[in-house]
Structure formats: C-alpha cells, structure tokens
Design a protein around this ligand. Structure first.
Ligand code: PLP
Length: 416
C-alpha cells in the first residue's frame, strides 16, 4: 500500500476513504461481506500477471507450474467442501458462471424455466434486459400470494406445459429454503437439466447450516463473495457427467484467460470455509437474520413470508407508509447501508419499490450477535420512519451516532 500511496495518492485516497466508509457504517447489503486479509493478500498478488488459458496441466501458455498448484488446491477444496464430483473456479462472476450453464446445455431459442425477477429471481434467469432473456425463451414461476414462498404447483404446471431444457432454482431475494428434491423430481419428469443458482446462500451450505443442493442438481453455480466471504467472483460445481461440457463452456466458449489471483483467493477462502469456525459463523448469520427480521416485524416493518431461514429478509414497508427508495436514502443518511427491493406483487415500479432487503453476512463477520440485531432493527425503524434523507436531520444525527458507537465495539477490519 505504501507503493500505491507514493505513486498514486489519488487512488490510494479512494481506497482509504472506502475503508473508512465501511468501518463507520452498518453494512446490511445481503449480497456483501467483509473478506479476510488473507484473501485480500492473494487478490493483490503477482498471480494477476499470469496468462493461463486452459485448466491445470492443460494450459495454452508456458510458465503455469505455480498457478496450476493454486487452481488445483482450490478445486480440491471446493469438491471436499461441497461433496461435489467436479468444480470450476474460473468464472469471473456469478453472471459468467450462469452463462456457462446456458452455453453447456442450451441452444438459442430453447426454453428455460426460472423464478421471475420481481418475485426474487435474478437478471440472468431470462429477463428481457439480459442475454438470457434475449437468446432464450424464458418462462417464469413466482411466489404464492398467500405464503409469499415459491409457488411449487406453478413450477410443476409450467414445467409440464413448456417442457423446458433447463429448470433453475435460486435467486437474489428468497428468504426461505428451497425444496431441491421437488425441483429434481419435476426436472426428471419433463427431462430437464436441474440447475441451482446458489449465489446467495452457498455460504450457508458451505457452513453446513442449511441443506445442500449439490446432491440434487446437475449443476450448482454461485458467487464467491456473498455469505461465502471470498473474493468477488463466480464458480460452479457439478456432476461428473457434465464436467467436460461445463469446463468447455467456461473456457473457451464464454471466457478467455482466467484471473489467477482471484482463483488463488477463492482457494484461500475455501480453505477458511473448511474450518469449524466457519460453521459457527454460518449458523450465527442465520440466527442474526432471524432476529433482525423478527425485530423489524415487531416495529411494523413486515418480513415477507413471515421471517427467514437464511441470511436475508425482505420487508414490506407499506405498513409504515414509506417507499423502498426513500427507506434506502433515509437509512444511508443515518449510516445504515441497505437496499430497496421489490416485494412480490409490488404496486410500485422497481426503482421505487415497496420493500427493503437486509442481510447479516457483514455484521456477523464483525462479531455481532442477536442482541445487536435488536438494536439494529430499532435504528433502521427510526431512520426509515422519523427522518427525511437529510443527513443533518436531528434523528439522522442521533442514529448515526448510535451506529458509530455500535460499530466501534464491533469493528470491520480492526486497526492494527
Ligand atoms: N445469481 C444470483 C442469484 C445473484 O444474486 C447474483 C448477484 O447478485 C448473480 C447471479 C450474479 O453475480 P455477479 O454479480 O457476480 O455477476
């Protein structure tokens, strides 16, 4: 860092002020976490320099002896952690891992069945603005209006009607466990590939805190930077029969040279996840999310589905008469970082939204427990209902001061 400061104080300053921003606020974005200094060290390493198209032992460049070791170690750790036949750590991101699934199993024009974005799915699951919706015929299931959980009857009916090539389970705003066995049975009935996009919850699987999709799915894609707490990136694990096809779809079909520094960092993170402490962490993430959801609910900020089984909860703000957009801005001005989110059957457009999504991966990494979640719920409630987005509002100032006190007791990246 000294070299960066000396050469480019402008960018060094940005890095420092970002660290300051993270340290001084409450980080409740469900898809973020605070990765370890060891992971950051691997990311900032000379492995960034190396071209290594191909896979360990089968590269298109010389000089790959050392990066081969890093990737092989990472692959072995992923297979052990998830009990998987095969792993590929090369996808640059979650979206790239998903592209590989389409590349391996679909032709343009094929039908896929996935969760709709406004009900909790993901852009890469066939939305019109994504390649997946432009090149494939996407049919979407949603949630049941009463339970607000996945409408399993609709999944079965749509699968029977449309005979999709691929059925996808998973998304970005699903607080409940997914019945993987049900999806497997439906996929078998209609002859579809069953793909789980576990980007959000794979860390909870790694920590053995929730059931794994790996025994059920043909392929499981994920991001490595959410609950899992690794570097920003993607990965996939799959059954042996699909290994060669998926490897070819990652490289050379969708990507060029792998990011070897990121792959080494993924290996470091997977090593961390194999330790017992990580299992304790994963369980605490869920306990914290359940407490936060319940405490917000008690204050009239209703959790969709009544609560959560995972690291995130989605909340309906209509009861307190605030939009998601305003809640996000008001929280931000009070030192609380969270995001607006559409709720199922949302009357508001997506960029306004009636909900917020909160997640506990980062605050749990900071060492907070359920007592702190009760405090956080109170801070969110006051910021959302008693302020106006102006950082100088007296209640915003009070909340910010209390946030400052809380995070000073549970610091992100403790100094020294
Ligand atoms: N899939 C799901 C379910 C996600 O939630 C995300 C990101 O939030 C992705 C895929 C895409 O990951 P990335 O942003 O790394 O491309």
């Amino acid at each position: 860092f000294g070299a960066l400061q000396a050469q480019d104080p402008e960018i060094a300053g940005v890095l420092l002020s970002e660290l300051d921003r993270v340290r001084s606020g409450l980080q409740l974005i469900a898809s973020e976490n605070l990765t370890s200094p060891a992971v950051l060290a691997a990311l900032g390493s000379t492995l960034s320099n190396k071209y290594a198209e191909g896979y360990p032992g089968r590269r298109y460049y010389g000089g790959c002896s050392e990066v081969d070791k890093a990737e092989s170690i990472g692959i072995e750790r992923a297979k052990r952690l998830f009990g998987a036949d095969h792993a590929n750590l090369q996808p640059h991101s979650g979206a790239s891992a998903n592209q590989a699934v389409y590349g391996a199993f679909c032709q343009p024009g094929d039908t896929i069945l996935a969760m709709s974005l406004p009900h909790g799915g993901h852009l890469t699951h066939g939305t019109k603005v994504s390649f997946s919706g432009k090149w494939f015929n996407a049919v979407h299931y949603g949630v049941n209006k009463d339970t607000e959980d996945i409408d399993y009857d609709q999944v079965r009916d749509l699968a029977r009607e449309h005979k999709p090539k691929v059925i996808v389970a998973g998304g970005s705003a699903i607080p409940r466990l997914i019945d993987f066995q049900f999806f497997r049975e439906v996929a078998d009935e209609v002859g579809a590939i069953f793909w789980v996009d576990a980007a959000h919850f794979i860390g909870l699987v790694a920590g053995q805190a929730i059931p794994s999709p790996v025994p059920y799915a043909d392929v499981v894609t994920f991001t490595t930077h959410k609950v899992l707490r690794g570097p920003r990136g993607g990965a996939l694990v799959c059954k042996e029969e699909h290994a060669a096809k998926l490897d070819k779809a990652v490289f050379p079909m969708m990507q060029g040279g792998p990011l070897m520094h990121a792959i080494a960092a993924k290996a470091v993170n997977l090593g961390e996840c194999l330790r017992p402490e990580y299992q304790t962490y994963a369980r605490q993430v869920i306990a914290n999310a359940q407490q936060l959801a319940a405490s917000l609910g008690e204050k009239g900020i209703r959790p969709i589905t009544g609560g959560t089984d995972t690291h995130l909860s989605l909340h309906d703000l209509q009861g307190v008469g605030v939009t998601g957009k305003d809640a996000e801005a008001r929280s931000d001005a009070a030192g609380i970082v969270l995001n607006k989110n559409a709720i199922p059957f949302d009357p508001q457009p997506p960029n306004t939204a009636s909900g917020i999504r909160v997640g506990t991966p980062s605050v749990t990494t900071q060492g907070m427990g359920t007592e702190q979640m009760k405090v956080i719920a109170d801070l969110i409630h006051r910021a959302v209902t008693q302020t106006d987005g102006d950082p100088d509002h007296p209640v915003a100032k009070d909340v910010r001061a209390e946030v400052g006190d809380l995070v000073s007791r549970f610091p992100a990246y403790p100094r020294g």
